[in-house]
Design a protein around this ligand. Structure first.
Ligand code: GSY
Length: 161
């Protein structure tokens, strides 16, 4: 059984309900077990900044799927929750990114693990470090070391979330 960390986000509709539904559908597949989930974080958009604010969280999952099949499942769940991939960095009902998968590196045209942007995104690092303070990249670099560089990004833990 592999351990993976997934980043989930939404900035359309009932954002919290959509992220919860995505986790439920991943688990309902029978191939993914959600072990831990971070708090919800309300976050300013990164990349295309002229779009609604996001809610984000990170979940630790156990899975018997290999990385490519986990990606296929994530994309299928996104589609069932109404995501249509039009604008690359634009608004989305729900987005599921594979951040880390055991200690492995994947570099294919459709999938790169560790997620190539994760060290530059406070909306990923903050929730990830909440549930996995010692998390590290496959080369051993601790993710906590990247947090000071992204502190200026607007990320706020949602009370009770
Ligand atoms: O890759 C995730 C989608 N995304 C997000 C996001 O989830 N949260 C925030 N705050 N900004 C984002 N920009 C993109 S693209």
């Amino acid at each position: 059984m592999a351990r993976a960390y997934l980043g989930l986000g939404s900035n359309q509709g009932d954002r919290v309900a959509l992220v919860n539904a995505a986790l439920e559908r991943l688990q309902a597949s029978g191939r993914v077990r959600v072990i831990k989930r971070s708090s919800f974080y309300e976050t300013a958009p990164v990349g295309v900044t002229d779009q609604p604010r996001f809610v984000n969280l990170v979940a630790e999952v156990h899975t018997d799927l290999d990385p490519q099949d986990l990606l296929e499942l994530a994309l299928a769940v996104e589609r069932t929750l109404g995501r249509v991939r039009t604008e690359r960095w634009g608004p989305r009902t729900v987005d599921i990114d594979i951040l880390l998968y055991d200690g492995v590196q994947v570099d294919t045209p459709t999938l790169v693990i560790p997620h190539p942007e994760m060290t530059r995104r406070r909306f990923v690092l903050e929730p990830l470090l909440e549930i996995a303070p010692d998390a590290a990249l496959p080369d051993g670099r601790r993710l906590a070391a990247f947090l000071p560089e992204v502190r200026s990004q607007d990320v706020q833990k949602v009370a009770g979330g």
